[in-house]
Design a protein around this ligand. Sequence first.
Ligand SMILES: Nc1ncnc2c1ncn2[C@@H]1O[C@H](COP(=O)(O)OP(=O)(O)O)[C@@H](O)[C@H]1O
Ligand SMILES: O=P(O)(O)OC[C@H]1O[C@](O)(COP(=O)(O)O)[C@@H](O)[C@@H]1O
Ligand SMILES: [Mg+2]
Length: 342
Amino acid sequence: MRIGLLTSGGDCPGLNAVIRGAVLKGVRTHDAEFVGFRYGWRGLVEGDTMHVDRHTVRGIGRQGGTILGSSRTNPFEGEKGGPDNIRKTMSELGVDSIIAIGGEGTLTAARRLADAGINVVGVPKTIDNDLGGTDYSFGFDTAVEIATEAIDRLRTTAESHQRCIVAEVMGRHVGWIALHSGMASGAHAILIPEQPKTIDEICGWVESVRDRGRAPVLVVSEGFKFAGMEDAHSHKGLDAFNRPRLGGISEILAPMIEERTGIESRSQVLGHMQRGGEPSAYDRVLATRLGMAAADSVHQQQWGSMVALRGTEIVSVSIADAVHELNTVPAARYDEAAILFG
Ligand SMILES: Nc1ncnc2c1ncn2[C@@H]1O[C@H](COP(=O)(O)OP(=O)(O)O)[C@@H](O)[C@H]1O
Ligand SMILES: O=P(O)(O)OC[C@H]1O[C@](O)(COP(=O)(O)O)[C@@H](O)[C@@H]1O
Ligand SMILES: [Mg+2]
């Protein structure tokens, strides 16, 4: 059994812990060999590999990033793309199966390849926590931790100057990072894509905070839309998969708040800081368990499946079910947090 490993999509703390978990379990329990594909699907399409064995993974469980590299290459595009070419490349390299570690985009591609008869197993990765089929994805806990620390720091400087601060977090089209970091840091309002708001509602919260003598702290998700807005704000062009790059809504919101309320306002986009550096202990454990379970899924030939967290157990679900719809923030979770706004 020779298993190809790849990490695809935005990187995320814990990727290396998955790789380590899969390799150690595969080598020790299933007598498997591993090969790493470099830069996501690109490595598989181009046959660009790196040697991976139990020595390669020594100590990497606590490292950020991914030793394999990542990209947003589409495996169905290009001269060597598509299931027939990929099957040929795999057979030339003696690779009989693939563990694809990625988010909803990567796993959608994995499902299409599995449907075409390629032996693929998925591992859910994303700081956004936007994947169905799993209670949490690794990387999310670390991102929330980093964002919470940043918002705590922004609060003390906002208070010194009696300013309003708008902290912008990632999350693409779901508000999980904003909801959790906002609750953890005691934000006065949390703005998420699932819950469009008017500028009047937002300024109402800001003014009530100011009237109590406090400095308003707002957390906004990059995908937040004002009521009536069709698409999330984007001014940075398209990504490798032709989707609008999000980010920058806080830079629009802060001046609007200042103009309407007279409160000096500042914005801060936290950006890639949320994805960098070491995974939290929680993410290391989750990622290691998922990696180990993925090696088992390959051994059991559960093609088209994904390992997932359900409660405290690691289970196997179908990738198709997991990517069927985004894991959005339920209205009840938002309403619960909103009691604390203003
Ligand atoms: N429907 C699809 N068919 C084939 N490839 C896809 C599909 N959706 C996404 N991908 C590929 O997977 C890559 C990674 O997806 P992306 O959403 O950027 O990251 P993530 O896997 O972290 O969600 C995309 O750039 C794209 O090339
Ligand atoms: O700057 P990049 O790497 O193109 O991507 C930014 C996007 O990637 C993320 O950090 C993670 O998203 P994925 O898990 O889908 O890769 C999003 O929160 C953000 O919108
Ligand atoms: Mg994604």
